[in-house]
Design a protein around this ligand. Structure first.
Ligand code: NAD
Ligand code: 022
Ligand code: ZN
Length: 370
């Protein structure tokens, strides 16, 4: 069948809105009618050409929600009509990683996903018989897309697609980093570097964990008001303080952060985030994705004296298990999403979402399909 999609034909070019051919689901796969998708940083990172692993032509998008319209042979966990959130981190519950209970990084379809292909090594998308790559196993910038069954989380039907699509990446990454990766305890002092689509969700995760101080650090002073609405108790603009940022944060937190989170993707900030942690136990969690080839550094003394450096993908969340719970938290009013969806556009105007991202005026732009 034909479906409308935003196709990236070459690095650095705007996406083209065209009709593409999409094949039905093969065994173990499902076709989803995407109803809404967020536009996130990695989409722009790959579109711009900065991602050395970027493949073209491709259909980007990895923050999607929609309705299952067809299932392939052997699919048992969803049926047509089910509402789902797409998962760039699948959960097979059978690979070594899933069975370990120590990581959410399922390896079942990892090799082909990174190559922009379905697990059988082929693509479901094409134009004039020429294949188009999938992206992060999701390709939510297509009105209809095909995924392995293990890469969709079934969610309740009363949840609005234009809000819960954001649970497909930013919300889960930020809240999950606090609750799953760091396991922040009540009363802890938390420092968050970068108050964008991820950092603001870290802040609300810290509020859920009943943290004591929640210190936000951002060079954009406009982020202070939004941070406070999500539970931030103190704001630091690095450009406004005199002297060393790390010393300032250690002083402010009365000896250092119990937990810090880097939500920018800058290796200098990653070092500062580690070094502002409390001697003996402070943990720093890297969420931001740094450019290819970048390296982090610190003195070994920082770790020898008990600070811990960690990283997290998708907030450590197990997609099919944890994502439906996060949807419930939203529906029960325990987390805020609406305030972070600052812009909405139809697919035809998706390129404006990248402009808004660069201008720093958006937190999230959501594309709604009609
Ligand atoms: P964003 O652009 O919305 O937010 C970044 C924020 O950092 C902005 O508010 C900006 O003003 C601030 N900032 C920039 N430079 C700064 C500096 N030197 N000091 C302090 N603040 C600074 O981006 P986002 O959507 O929140 O994403 C943040 C990062 O998280 C990206 O690198 C993204 O790729 C990554 N990410 C990682 C995962 C994961 O699973 N690990 C998932 C999603 C996103
Ligand atoms: C999502 N991300 C950034 C903004 N939005 C993001 C980027 C990369 C990862 C997670 C989130 C990530 C961390 C670790 C890995 N990835 C490797 C996982 C593994 O090897 O098992 C990652 C993921 C998917 C893809 C590439 C890297 C991909 O599909 N191309 C989860
Ligand atoms: Zn993302």
């Amino acid at each position: 069948m034909k479906t409308r999609a935003a196709v990236a034909f070459a690095a650095g070019e705007p996406l083209s809105i065209v009709d593409v051919d999409v094949q039905g689901p093969r065994p173990g796969e499902v076709m989803v009618e995407v109803r809404a998708t967020g536009v996130c940083h990695t989409d722009e990172f790959t579109r711009s050409g900065a991602d050395p692993e970027g493949l073209f032509p491709a259909i980007f998008g990895h923050e999607g929600a929609g309705v299952v319209v067809e299932v392939g042979a052997g699919v048992t966990s969803v049926v047509p009509g089910d509402h789902v959130i797409l998962l760039y981190t699948p959960e097979c519950r059978a690979c070594k990683s899933c069975l370990s209970r120590k990581t959410n990084l399922c390896t079942a379809i990892r090799a082909t996903q990174g190559k922009g292909l379905m697990p059988d090594g082929t693509s479901r998308f094409s134009i004039d018989g020429k294949p188009i790559h999938h992206y992060m196993g999701c390709s939510s910038f297509a009105h209809h897309t095909v995924l392995p069954e293990i890469a969709v989380a079934k969610v309740r039907k009363d949840a609005p697609f234009d809000k819960i699509c954001y649970i497909g990446c930013g919300v889960t990454t930020g809240i999950g980093a606090v609750l799953f990766t760091a396991d922040v305890e009540a009363g802890a002092n938390v420092v968050v570097f970068g108050l964008g689509g991820i950092g603001l969700n870290v802040i609300q995760g810290a509020r859920m964990a009943a943290a004591n101080m929640i210190v936000g650090v951002d060079i954009n002073p406009a982020r202070e008001a939004l941070g406070r609405r999500f539970g931030m108790t103190h704001f630091v603009d690095p450009r406004a303080i005199k002297g060393d940022l790390v010393a300032h944060l250690v002083e402010l937190t009365g000896g250092g952060a119990d937990y810090s989170f880097e939500c920018v993707g800058d290796v200098t900030l990653m070092r500062q985030a580690l070094e502002c942690c409390h001697r003996g136990w402070g943990q720093s969690i890297i969420i931001g994705v740094a450019g290819a080839g970048k390296e982090i550094s610190t003195r070994p003394f920082q770790l020898v004296t008990g600070r811990v450096w960690k990283g997290t993908a998708f907030g450590g969340a197990r997609g099919r298990t944890d994502v439906p719970k996060i949807v419930d938290w939203y529906m029960d009013g325990r987390i805020q999403i609406d305030e972070l969806i600052t812009h909405k556009l139809p697919l035809a105007r998706i390129n404006e979402a990248f402009d808004l991202m660069h201008a720093g005026t958006s937190i999230r732009t959501v594309i709604e399909f009609d």
